[in-house]
Design a protein around this ligand. Sequence first.
Ligand SMILES: C[S@@+](CC[C@H](N)C(=O)[O-])C[C@H]1O[C@@H](n2cnc3c(N)ncnc32)[C@H](O)[C@@H]1O
Ligand code: SF4
Length: 383
Amino acid sequence: MTKTDTDYSLYIHIPWCVKKCPYCDFNSHEKRDDYDEEAYIDALIRDLKTETPKVKHRTLKSIFIGGGTPSLFSAKSIGRILSQVDQHLSVTNNVEITLEANPGAFEAEKFKTFRQTGINRLSIGIQSFNDHHLKVLGRIHNSEKAHRAINMAQDAGFEKINLDLMFGLPEQTVEQAVQDIKHALSYQTGHLSHYQLTLEKNTIFYKYPPTLPVDDQIWKMQTECQNKISDQLSQYEVSAYAAEQQQSKHNVNYWQFGDYIGIGAGAHGKLTNSHGEISRYWKKKQPREYMNTAGKPECIGGENTVIESELPFEFMMNALRLKSGFTLQQFTQRTQLHASTIEPTLAILIDKQLLKLHNSFYRSTNQGWNFLNNTLEHFLPTE
Ligand SMILES: C[S@@+](CC[C@H](N)C(=O)[O-])C[C@H]1O[C@@H](n2cnc3c(N)ncnc32)[C@H](O)[C@@H]1O
Ligand code: SF4
């Protein structure tokens, strides 16, 4: 493997929340009897030790502590797992360490102490600054708490802060969506994630669908919000916008089809072995089952090897999300496949004006960007 291929990322999953939101299909569970912070960190440490041999001689470049609601945990607990990571893995000097925080689940002091544990990037789940929409979304915070959380994060000295916003909310108007963007931009945090609300299976919203804005309205919302955001930030992925030097290294690694290991309930990993074979694996999903098995082979919930014919699609599904696109060299480096595997398809897509080639980078045209699924279909295995 080449030098760049030896870098990888670490995902740490914290599976509890104060309350389950009606639209959320992440592996998150209401904090009930099975909630045990100490025991969970112990399990993460056992889990980490089983991952260590898989990444020998490789360098860790980013850590993402996601959930669930990781900000429910104390800084002491987060510090305990981070110091074990430092002890057992070879970590790059400027490692990016992100923690997901919920405006309704932390206090001022916690933010400062999170910063002291080495967390250097916060991702705050704002969703909206509108009290009515926050209520409809079943959030435990209101707009005042949303504003307060951002102020506190900035006061705590975080130079890298991401705000998550959703749009296309029940009965949301275009003006309301743009207003949310204006509030977010007023903090000049350097990173914004802007997701269209989707109705996911196994959620309350899927079972009892709320009235969502019609497609034309959503299209207008997206376009007007994007225009507003572009006053301050550049779009670098389908839903992500950043100032210079503020892109999420962790997410960019996913989109560049890089390797990562995952610890925690339901956490996923993807690794390339020395023969160039790529495998995916995931941990047991239920917190109790995870804690009981962490550190043992039974903790693996499943695994599979990505077969060669599926690699082009898997690579493109990630790489074409990035505005910058990809080079043929990156394709070969990440998949170990020869460029000739995809060159005929790339030529067809350029002909259809879904892709363009610029300075060795293949990237979506505006049309390709809007119809990404059409582009991706061309890379599906033919049997
Ligand atoms: C892993 S989630 C959780 C972050 C954190 N627990 C919170 O909710 O504040 C990351 C982000 O995904 C987005 N998200 C979750 N469910 C979604 C859905 N059904 N549609 C669109 N975006 C969603 C939200 O913006 C959320 O902040
Ligand atoms: S707080 Fe975040 S992870 Fe938890 S249920 Fe709500 S959206 Fe999902």
